[in-house]
Design a protein around this ligand. Structure first.
Ligand SMILES: [Mn+2]
Length: 245
């Protein structure tokens, strides 16, 4: 019985399947998905539906899922002239912001689904967790998409805003907790200045940053085993890699 975390799949369904094969996920294992399944890559809705069908997956929302909720409920309607007339300004701006963040492949796949299936996806995203506190292998973990922005040692978890949990970037130079690892995605390790080996999991000050830029050229999709702290990777053009830390 093991627990794994994967983040920022961003439509890279094939890399996700490769990674699941590599870790050999069993029914009794737990797979935490740390948000940003949607947008950018070619098959975001296919990846989301795969996760929804996994009884052992725990889904934690990212900023892309949060953004999608400004538009997806509206896109659950039949496409008619009446539907077009019902678009309000708020929805228009929401769609524009989302499109600027790579929503096209999500919308393309979403609109081809039956309405009941579209509603099932919206319902799943609306019920997503924003963080999980857990223990495995003798380690304590906080799993959160963006890595606990606006951190303060006095703040209780329930005092963080949604933006702190899905948008605001972690401060990797600050150790937030002595005995809890903060596992996060959101910022590709290629974009973390302190990270010397971009494209691989970055660890510093009890931060474990696992977004290895799967949807970008040369990027990887990473899985992190909470029990053993092993790292697993899948990427295009290469055989999947298994690294022991
Ligand atoms: Mn993100």
């Amino acid at each position: 019985m093991a627990s794994y975390v994967i983040s920022d799949i961003h439509g890279e369904y094939d890399l996700f399947e490769d990674l699941l094969d590599l870790i050999g996920l069993k029914d009794e294992d737990t797979l935490y998905i740390l948000g940003d399944v949607l947008d950018r890559g070619p098959n975001p809705i296919k990846a989301m539906l795969r996760i929804m069908d996994m009884p052992n997956a725990v889904f934690i929302a990212g900023n892309h899922e949060a953004m999608s909720l400004g538009s997806l409920p509206f896109l659950c309607r039949e496409y008619t002239n009446k539907m077009v007339q019902m678009i309000d300004v708020e929805t228009v701006f929401s769609v524009i912001e989302w499109m600027q963040n790579g929503a096209s492949p999500t919308i393309e796949e979403f609109k081809d689904l039956p309405i009941s299936e579209r509603k099932r996806i919206v319902d799943y995203i609306q019920n997503a967790k924003l963080y999980v506190e857990t223990e495995a292998g003798g380690y304590k973990y906080l799993l959160v998409h963006s890595g606990l922005g606006n951190f303060s040692p006095d703040k209780r978890m329930e005092d963080y805003t949604v933006d702190d949990l899905v948008w605001e970037r972690a401060d990797y130079d600050t150790q937030y907790f002595d005995d809890v690892f903060v596992v996060s995605g959101h910022t590709p390790t290629q974009a973390i200045p302190q990270c010397e080996e971009g494209g691989y999991i970055f660890r510093k000050n009890n931060h474990i940053a696992i977004d290895c830029g799967a949807c970008f050229a040369g990027g990887r999709l990473a899985a992190f085993c909470l029990d053993t702290q092993e790292e697993f990777y899948s990427c295009d053009n290469n055989e999947p890699e298994l690294l022991y830390y």
